[in-house]
Design a protein around this ligand. Structure first.
Ligand SMILES: [Zn+2]
Length: 218
């Protein structure tokens, strides 16, 4: 198997955190939303069992449900870099204010690291396994997806869901931009590519192009 993707549904908003075990002995964490030590311990055990070494955290966007686990991950792996979009850094900076912004009440600990910012079209490379960064605003103004072409895998965050799409009725949400992002950045990928979303079950590009009730391919 070229890339073993293990999902963990975390926290009060049922956010999907992913552990991707690459075929080269490295591992990547995507959107670590672990809201309790127990949630992180389960993932950490899988990582240890795999024997892989953790190389990076990839963050699709800086909404609080996707970043809750960063402090516990960095406490255990202090040298692991975090990669995210270069767009709208204000959202990352607003993390301490987001519980009030989104009307939720769970504690958010200060982020212990500064992200490395990537432009649209950049590639994150891990010894032969690479992820292309695609800017996909609409749900949030800093949103990117990470596409592994060779493996046919997309870490999609809160853009395209199985039979649904990311919310836009939130601060900085924009429904027109979301539609454009899906049509130009996701529906242009091969049908068989598997999308691992920030909430709910995984799907494929082709399935959603054909039957997504919100946005279908023309
Ligand atoms: Zn979000």
């Amino acid at each position: 198997m070229p890339m073993d993707v293990i999902g963990f549904t975390c926290g009060p908003l049922y956010e999907n955190s992913y552990l991707a075990i690459l075929d080269n002995g490295q591992a990547i964490l995507v959107d670590p939303g672990f809201s309790t030590d127990h949630e992180w311990e389960q993932c950490k055990q899988k990582l240890k069992d795999s024997g892989a070494s953790l190389s990076a955290i990839l963050l699709t966007h800086a909404h609080l449900d996707h970043v809750l686990g960063i402090p516990v991950v960095i406490a255990d792996y202090p040298d692991v870099p975090l990669y995210m979009s270069d767009r709208f850094p204000e959202l990352w900076q607003s993390i301490p204010d987001q519980p009030a912004m989104f009307g939720v009440d769970f504690p958010v600990h200060p982020m212990p690291i500064e992200p490395i910012r990537l432009v649209h079209g950049a590639t994150c490379e891990f010894d032969g396994v690479s992820f292309e960064v695609r800017y996909t605003p609409g749900h949030s103004p800093d949103h990117v997806v990470f596409v592994a072409y060779k493996e046919g895998v997309v870490f999609g965050g809160d853009v395209l869901f199985k039979a649904s799409v990311g919310r836009t009725d939130i601060p900085f949400g924009d429904g027109h931009l979301l539609k454009e992002s899906i049509e130009t950045q996701l529906y242009t990928l091969p049908d068989e590519f598997v999308v691992y979303p920030g909430h709910g079950a995984s799907t494929t590009v082709g399935t959603e192009k054909q039957s997504n009730p919100f946005i279908r391919a023309h």
